[in-house]
Write a protein that binds this ligand. Structure first.
Ligand code: PXP
Length: 252
């Protein structure tokens, strides 16, 4: 089988969370994005939330203009976010569900139940040459809905897998494997993200039908202990090792 490269998208939302704890400019998400690029990230992800709890409109403008890596803008399906996405034309937009009270994106989008609401967003982002991805649970009905919506990409929510243990973790892993294979059979590019750590990343990185992982909170947390570049390099190397082993290659 031809080996497929596994991209790493680094989510830098929580650099902005730390900055916002004091106001001002430090630490700067654009500087973090450049450090991530130097450490081997393939893309930068930023979630502009309705309540602007971490990323701000200015951050999105500066990231769009000031970094060399492709920008993946996470956004809710609202008219406000659509206008912002179309204005900045990031490489990609990942549509996520958003609830005001949640600490993080707790579950996947209901692409099936929300089909009629989502359709104009997917259509307008596609028309703006922004690569649309839908953040969904690893569930076949959600993938069918993504296909019928015309989304070229899905991102599978890996939170349940990362939080589970033992037999339940095996069951959650199997759901991800099946969903990733099904996405491929539908001609949809498959990404995955949420909750990854140095401990949980390898099994998912080894799934050959997954071509991108988006990782944020853990990397920014680890950066406190060893620096951002070091945490990203370690994650990158765990991903590469798992990928090489899946293809039966000896890794360095
Ligand atoms: N992918 C999506 C769509 C997300 O919403 C998030 C969290 O913002 C992530 C990936 C990254 O999750 P984590 O911060 O747990 O690594």
């Amino acid at each position: 089988m031809e080996k497929r490269y596994l991209r790493l998208g680094v989510n830098i939302d929580h650099v902005a969370t730390i900055r916002n704890a004091r106001g001002g400019q430090h630490p700067d998400p654009v500087r973090a994005a450049r450090a991530a690029a130097a450490a081997g990230a393939d893309g930068i992800t930023a979630h502009l939330r309705e309540d602007r709890r971490h990323m701000t409109d200015e951050d999105v403008a500066r990231l769009s203009a000031g970094i060399d890596l492709p920008l993946n803008l996470e956004m809710a399906a609202t008219d406000e976010m659509l206008a912002i996405a179309l204005r900045h034309a990031p490489h990609a937009a990942c549509i996520v569900p958003e609830k005001r009270q949640e600490r993080t994106t707790e579950g996947g989008l209901d692409a099936l139940g929300g089909h009629n609401h989502l359709a104009p967003f997917v259509r307008q982002l596609n028309a703006g040459n922004i690569r649309v991805s839908l953040f969904v649970e690893p569930d076949m009905a959600q993938l069918d809905a993504a296909k019928s919506l015309g989304a070229p990409v899905v991102e599978l929510h890996t939170g349940a897998f990362c939080e589970a243990e033992g037999a339940e973790q095996d069951r959650q892993f199997e759901r991800i494997v099946q969903a990733a294979e099904y996405a491929e059979s539908l001609g949809i590019e498959c990404h995955a993200g949420h909750g990854f750590t140095f401990e949980t990343v390898a099994p998912v990185a080894a799934i050959p039908t997954i071509v991108e992982l988006n990782i944020g909170h853990f990397l920014i947390g680890e950066a406190i202990f060893g620096g951002l570049e070091s945490s990203i390099k370690r994650m990158r190397s765990l991903m590469d090792k798992a990928r090489s082993e899946a293809y039966g290659e000896r890794s360095a």
